[in-house]
Design a protein around this ligand. Structure first.
Ligand code: XIL
Length: 338
């Protein structure tokens, strides 16, 4: 789908490039937006409140990206904090924005141990199973046909490759994963269904476990279409070993792969050397995705250092995005899109 759009845009880009060579180019952004230099969807996590309140945020997002992922607005704890009382305001606003601007949406996320409403934790097994089924049917049903891809199951593994002992694992057992994918397919047959996780970018115990699970699910005929690699990296750690080979082995199972939440945090304060390492990491993430035919999407977890989950989550780390707080392109952006 993106391919057709890309060809039409390529013509527009030629015209645009011809135009800018004649006028002054502002250093704030490249002549050609990120979304126009690739056949992959290029996305960002977005927050509905910034979209509504910050015109400059909205305009860079609209210009550079063609996929949006709601950062929090579709999570269970947000849409149904109280049982049977729904708040779709943020999710609706993002889906509406995407439709107005012709962008695809990655739905995020349906079955996740975190940002879960308290009432879900209190259910006994039978009730929990119907609640998960109903949650998937209700949320996917509301946006049926409007979401390109859904993160159905998120972060189900521990780093050593064992299953996280979430409330789903504890009360429903191993089968909750296959059940969730089957319910998701029934709720919106047009959406691509993904399993998503972090620290699975390289070849390691966690990605081995994920690989094994996806292989088994495919063999059992469970409707899974893709694997999402979050790619929350940090410059003080090495780049994930075997990244491209890892993406390729998943693709060879017959699923799409996607970079779903890329950011590269820096131990503050940032300096030129750290920003150069960051640029290098982003470039490797980008190139590895482009080297694998079934890598269909490259999405970052926010696009500006003005709004990023990193400083709130990792004290003393920050500056993890492609644009700085003033929405100027950082070295990482220019490295990908010179
Ligand atoms: C994060 C959001 O960015 C924060 O605003 C929120 O407080 C916590 O969750 N993996 C995921 C995302 O799948 O949903 C998380 O998003 C980041 C890690």
């Amino acid at each position: 789908m993106k391919n057709t759009i890309f060809r039409i845009r390529a013509v527009a880009v030629l015209v645009a490039v011809a135009g800018v060579t004649l006028s002054n180019v502002t250093p704030a952004s490249a002549a050609v937006p990120l979304k126009n230099i690739t056949h992959r969807y290029v996305g960002s996590a977005v927050a509905a409140n910034h979209l509504a309140n910050e015109a400059d945020y909205r305009s860079v997002l609209t210009r550079e990206f063609d996929n949006v992922t709601p950062e929090n607005e579709m999570k269970w704890g947000v849409v149904e904090a109280t049982r049977s009382h729904y708040d779709w305001s943020g999710a609706d606003a993002i889906v509406d924005y995407a439709r107005r601007t012709g962008k695809s949406v990655r739905g995020h996320t349906l079955v996740w141990h975190s940002q879960l409403p308290g009432w879900v934790n209190d259910l006994e097994a039978g009730e929990l199973r119907s609640a998960v089924k109903q949650h998937i049917a209700t949320e996917m049903g509301r946006y049926k046909g409007k979401i390109r891809a859904w993160d159905v199951v998120n972060e189900m593994f521990n780093d050593d490759g064992t299953r996280r002992s979430s409330v789903f694992q504890q009360k429903l057992g191993d089968r909750y994963v296959a059940d969730a994918f089957r319910w998701a397919r029934a709720a919106d047959p047009s959406a691509k269904l993904y399993i998503n996780d972090y620290n699975t970018e390289g070849l390691n115990a966690k990605s081995d476990a994920l690989y094994d699970l996806v292989r088994k699910l495919k063999k059992q005929g469970v409707p899974i279409d893709g694997v999402g690699f979050q790619a929350h990296l940090a410059t003080q750690y090495g780049f994930p070993a075997g990244y491209q080979a890892n993406l390729a082995r998943f693709a060879a199972l017959g699923v799409d792969v996607a970079i779903t939440e890329a950011d590269v945090r820096i131990l503050m304060p940032a300096d030129a050397a750290k920003l150069a390492v960051q640029a290098n990491y982003f470039k490797q993430l980008w190139d590895g995705c482009h080297a694998v035919a079934r890598c269909v999407e490259f999405t970052t977890w926010g696009f500006t250092d003005r709004h990023s989950w990193v400083p709130d989550t990792f004290p003393s780390e920050g500056a993890a995005c492609l644009f700085d707080t003033n929405l100027r392109a950082k070295p990482a952006y220019t490295r990908i899109n010179p």
